[in-house]
Write a protein that binds this ligand. Structure first.
Ligand SMILES: C[S@@+](CC[C@H](N)C(=O)[O-])C[C@H]1O[C@@H](n2cnc3c(N)ncnc32)[C@H](O)[C@@H]1O
Length: 278
């Protein structure tokens, strides 16, 4: 598909007037983690253009009148190419006062938010950015894994486990340095390769590592193991995307700090009296 789009021509064709595009971070899943501003914009939106990581509970916060357009990009199934999404946003801004472009987590963290804003800027469309809680922060919090800790990690690095062309060519020597936490987005498919590369660059096989599936949601699952054992344990558990990988000594703290027990919570919500012990 030809990805060239003449944004200036689209702007002229639609008369150059119109609304604002709000690039909004939806957080990692739990709708209670939306910012106050994100929730207000969802209620005020004329149209919401959303990704596959935005779940129904988050969309339920939106007003009934808002038109919803799904433009999700899953690993092997893209409903629209990025150029077409950019063009759609420009077009919608000409037709509506309040366009919300809703993305999982934070729009500027592995979210292509910058690319979309560049297209809007080129077309002269006004925009604002509403940050969201990125998966690393939200998912780690709900898994009971502090990303930094004065005894274990003085730095935290976020990396993408696969690049634009599908490869995974990271600075392994830097990622294998001591006293840091490494958070890997989109790393499930390459998990065995990632663990092997970190060990090949000096991290010990018993270095703690965890994968969190559907973090912050009621079906959250966590597999905490070591670099040597994690890929097999994740395979055995059958974890599916979205999954976040956290590597570092801080993973050990989960034994003491895990607080979110989704299944217990789900049954407590179904039967509040039992949860109160009455
Ligand atoms: C394209 S990136 C988007 C990241 C997003 N912009 C953010 O700031 O969190 C998608 C990846 O984020 C991670 N992710 C997002 N939400 C997650 C969740 N609830 N549980 C686990 N991983 C999640 C997964 O690694 C997933 O493959």
């Amino acid at each position: 598909m030809n990805s060239f789009v003449d944004f200036a021509a689209i702007a002229t064709a639609f008369g150059g007037g119109g609304g604002t595009v709000y690039l909004v971070g939806a957080g990692p899943g739990d709708p209670d983690l939306l910012t106050v501003r994100a929730a207000r914009l969802l209620r005020e939106a004329d149209v919401i253009v959303h990704d596959h990581l935005v779940g129904p509970d988050v969309l339920a916060v939106a007003g009934a009148r808002a038109r919803r357009i799904y433009v999700g990009k899953e690993r092997s199934r893209h409903t629209l190419q990025q150029g077409d999404i950019n063009a759609l946003l420009v077009q919608l801004a000409r037709e509506h006062a309040c366009v919300v472009r809703l993305k999982g987590g934070d729009p500027f963290v592995f979210g292509r938010g910058g690319e979309e804003l560049q297209a809007l800027a080129a077309a002269g469309v006004p925009f604002e950015v509403v940050p969201g809680i990125t998966a690393a922060c939200g998912v780690a919090a709900y898994a009971g894994i502090p990303l930094t800790h004065r005894d274990y990690a003085h730095a935290c690095t976020f990396v993408a486990g696969h690049l634009k062309d599908g490869s995974c060519d990271l600075d392994w020597a830097a990622l294998a340095r001591a006293n840091q936490t490494v958070v890997i987005y989109m790393g499930l498919a390459g998990l065995a390769h990632i663990c092997a590369a970190l060990m090949a660059h000096g991290l010990p096989p018993d270095h703690p590592a965890a994968v969190v599936e559907q973090g912050t949601l009621l079906d959250q699952r966590v597999v905490a193991a070591t670099l040597a054992t994690l890929p097999a344990q994740v395979d055995a558990a059958g974890l599916q995307s979205p999954c976040l990988t956290i590597v570092g000594e801080v993973v050990r703290l989960r034994g003491q700090l895990a607080w979110f027990e989704p299944r217990a919570l789900a049954s407590a919500m179904a039967c509040p009296a039992a949860a109160e012990g009455s």
